[in-house]
Every structure is written in C-alpha cells, then in structure tokens.
Design a protein around this ligand. Structure first.
Ligand SMILES: C[S@@+](CC[C@H](N)C(=O)[O-])C[C@H]1O[C@@H](n2cnc3c(N)ncnc32)[C@H](O)[C@@H]1O
Length: 439
C-alpha cells in the first residue's frame, strides 16, 4: 500500500468529490459538461498537466505488439469525450456497488489509467477504505506519476494495492491475486488501432469466476448503407468482445475473429459498408451509435458488393488491430462500355442512357474526348426535346448514380407530359441526327 504524500494548495479533495458526485447525477452530455469541466480542470491542476500546451514535444505514445498505447497527454484529453466519461464513470460506480452487495471487498484491476485514473480515482473516496482495493496499471510512467498526485490529494492510497508500470498485454499479477472487476478503456471505434482486445483476452484469466469486464461488451455490426437515401440494411454482427470471446482467444480459439455475411438483394445505391460500435459498459450503462468518439460509425464508401455474394471479414490482432474485408464488387458505370444510343430505360428515350453513362465516365476522366465533342450537339438536342432546363439537366445527370433517377427527374422537369407519342417523335429526331453523325 502506498502512503499519502503532500496535497495541492489550489485544489481540495472535497472539490473533486463534490464535482464527481454531481457528474454521477448528470443524465446527459449537457448536464455533465460543467461538472466534467470542473473535474478535469481540478485534475489538471493537481497533476500539473497542461492538456493543451502551446508547443508539442515528440509523440510520446508507445507501440506495443497488439496496438498503440496513446500518450499521457492524449489519454488525459479522452476526458473530453463527455458521454464516454460520464457513462463509464456511472457504470463503474454502479458495478462496484453491485459487487459490494455480495462481497466484503471489491478487487479491481484498472489497466490503462491515463494520468488522471479518470474512470476510477475520483470514485475511490466514495467507498470505505476496507471495501475497495485497486491495482492501477499503465504503460507510461509519466501517467502513473501524475496519478500518484491524484491519489495523494484524494487520500485514497489505502485503497491502492499496487501501482504498476507495465504492458497490460503481458503483465501477470502477483501470485494469488485475482479480481472482481477488470476495467480498461483502451479502444477506438471499431476496436481499431488500440490494444483493448488483447488486454481483455490476456487479463481475463485473472478474474474471479463471477468477475466482470468493464466494458462488459463491445459489439461491432456491419450494414449496407446508401449515402443518397441514408438507408441502412443490417448485414449482421462482426464480433462482440465480451468475457467469453476474450477467454476463447486466450486459449487460442480465434475462429470468432473471422466470418462471412450474405449480401442481400437491394437497391443499387446501397453501395457503402458501414460498421457500428455499440458499447455496454455495465448493466444499462451503454454508449449508442454517435454518442461518443468510441461509437462513431465508420464507412467504406462505394464498395458496391454483389447481391447474393458474401462479405468475408477478418479482425487482425496485431500491432495495428483492424478489420480486413473481402468482397466482390459490381462494376461501376464508368468501368462498363458506353451503351449504344438506342439502349433505353423505362422512359424509352434514345441516347439519354448514353448521355448519363458518358457523364459517369467523364467524372473519372475516362471519357474519350472525340466522343464527347462529336456528340455534344446531339446531347443538347435530347435535353431540348425533353423540355428540361439544360443546366439543371446536366447537374442531375452528373449527380445521379442510378439511371432510373435521371429518367424520373426528366419526367418531373419536362414542361409537358412525356407521352409515348412524344417519345416516338423525339426518337425519330435522334435517329436522324445519329445517321447524320455516322454519315
Ligand atoms: C484511451 S486512454 C484512457 C485513459 C483513462 N483510462 C480514461 O479513460 O480517461 C488508454 C490508456 O491506456 C494505456 N495503455 C494502452 N495500452 C496499454 C498497454 N498495453 N499496457 C498498459 N497501458 C496501456 C495508455 O497509456 C493510456 O493511458
């Protein structure tokens, strides 16, 4: 056990305890903001850390074999992800209370404390010394030195069993120690880049049989997404990091890191892959999509997977943890040959589909200049015959990924109804012009 050293003259333990209690009572980011401001500013003062220095030193992050341990400064700034901090703290507080219902004392391992031990240290004074025993671990000595100051100010060193500077993916606790709660927030959205998965899979072996992980689960889901309509189609779950997955990984079963999902029949504009992260911290304390930096959705744009094929995935558990996806793509319009002028859509107007296809080729620099200049007058004639304003017609053609949308726009923009009779007349003119061009 450590002993309490000096305290800061500028901040009192009571201020931190009081703001922490107010933060625990907050029910939204707006509510939490002033209390979090006060708490972080107090912690910055106690530790002497300037979270926004005017000049930055070199990158003080550490690359481990299973992901990046962000620098003490970056770790301190995580506090400002308001909902993350508010809901994690509320979840940890609730979890400790619940374990205390069945145990005399909670043994908690906090892997990745950062400089403030934010998700736990401010809560420590709210529990009697004989009912909470924590092990605080971080890979960065500078973070632990700062954290010592917080512990001293709060006079909670009697609740601290060990302060350990080590890599949590390989560290082993002293013989005979085991934990009721393993707390770690060493993640980004999509479990990318940071070592959360490996930290949980390694350290879960030191949990008591009824011990728990916090966060309890991190669920990643895949969706097909249309950026045009905003519509999403759920493809399925990629993986859920929880105690059972962490244990499976520990015994060498990594089958849960790969899988395949069926691409259903869907509209052509469902071209993007979207991956969401949902975090259950403890009980009902959850972080939903977009509620925090950790649950921002990520997109792979315009992958155009083929309906009926499968999206295969693999999560790489290496020095840059991340997903790799494998899929078959439908060819883009610009990769297909230009349609003949007589190829039509539902409207039946000659040359319109070719104009739209030429625009798709032009957008990616694939349109033959000779074709463009030879057919320019014919293109204008088609717009004129359809009775649509030229500039708007061109804008629509360039913006629409689906030819159906182009036809729909002309139906709505045309001065008169586009009747079958009118289509025949338009097509007769187009054929004349085509013959003149070929002649
Ligand atoms: C995202 S920060 C979170 C800081 C703090 N727990 C919070 O929530 O505000 C992650 C912390 O975990 C530490 N960390 C990351 N990987 C680690 C590892 N393999 N072993 C020990 N600490 C690690 C980093 O140094 C950093 O302090």
């Amino acid at each position: 056990m450590m002993t309490d050293a000096g305290t800061s003259n500028l901040v009192s333990a009571e201020t931190i305890i009081d703001t922490t209690q107010k933060l625990l009572g907050a029910t939204s980011a707006g509510d939490a903001r002033p209390h979090l401001d006060a708490l972080v500013s107090a912690l910055a003062t106690v530790t002497g850390i300037d979270l926004y220095p005017s000049c930055y030193n070199e990158d003080l992050s550490t690359q481990t074999g299973f992901g990046k341990a962000i620098s003490p400064l970056e770790a301190g700034r995580c506090a400002w992800d308001i909902e993350r901090t508010r809901i994690f703290m509320a979840g940890v507080y609730q979890a400790i209370q619940d374990v205390l219902q069945r145990r005399e004392r909670v043994e908690l391992l906090y892997a990745g404390t950062g400089p403030f031990g934010l998700l736990l240290a401010p809560l420590a004074p709210l529990f009697p010394a004989d009912r909470l025993r924590v092990t605080l671990l971080d890979i960065h000595e500078a973070s632990l030195e700062a954290l010592q100051k917080v512990i001293s100010l709060l006079k909670v060193s009697d609740r601290v069993a060990h302060i350990v500077c080590a890599d949590a993916t390989v560290w082993t606790p002293p013989a005979g120690e085991s934990y009721d709660i393993l707390l770690s927030e060493t993640m980004k959205h999509m479990l990318q880049q940071e070592p959360q998965v490996k930290i949980f899979s390694h350290l879960q072996q030191f949990l008591n049989p009824d011990g728990m992980l916090i966060p309890a689960s991190v669920q990643l889901d895949a969706w097909l997404h249309s950026s045009e309509s905003g519509k999403n189609i759920h493809l399925g779950e990629l993986l859920t990091l929880d105690r059972s997955l962490a244990s499976a990984l520990h015994v060498g079963d990594d089958s849960c890191l790969s899988g395949s999902l069926l691409i259903p029949e869907c509209e052509e504009n469902m071209t993007d892959l979207k991956v969401t992260t949902f975090i259950r911290i403890y009980g009902d304390h959850c972080l939903q999509e977009n509620q925090s930096q950790l649950t921002l959705p990520r997109y792979k744009k315009n992958i155009r997977p083929v309906p009926g094929s499968t999206l295969n995935f693999h999560y790489h558990l290496n020095d840059y943890p991340d997903f790799e996806f494998f899929y078959r793509s439908r060819p883009a319009t610009a990769d297909l040959p230009l349609p003949d002028s007589l190829e039509v859509g539902e409207l039946g107007v000659y040359h319109l589909k070719r104009i739209w296809s030429k625009a798709a080729h032009a957008k990616v620099g694939k349109l033959d200049e000779a074709v463009r200049s030879r057919e320019w007058l014919l293109d204008q004639l088609v717009f004129e015959l359809l009775g649509a304003p030229m500039e708007k017609a061109l804008a629509t053609i360039y913006q629409s990924r689906r030819f159906q949308d182009v036809e729909q726009w002309f139906k709505e923009a045309s001065e008169d109804d586009i009747s079958a009779h009118r289509v025949s007349a338009i097509n007769a003119r187009v054929v004349d012009e085509l013959e003149a061009l070929r002649g």
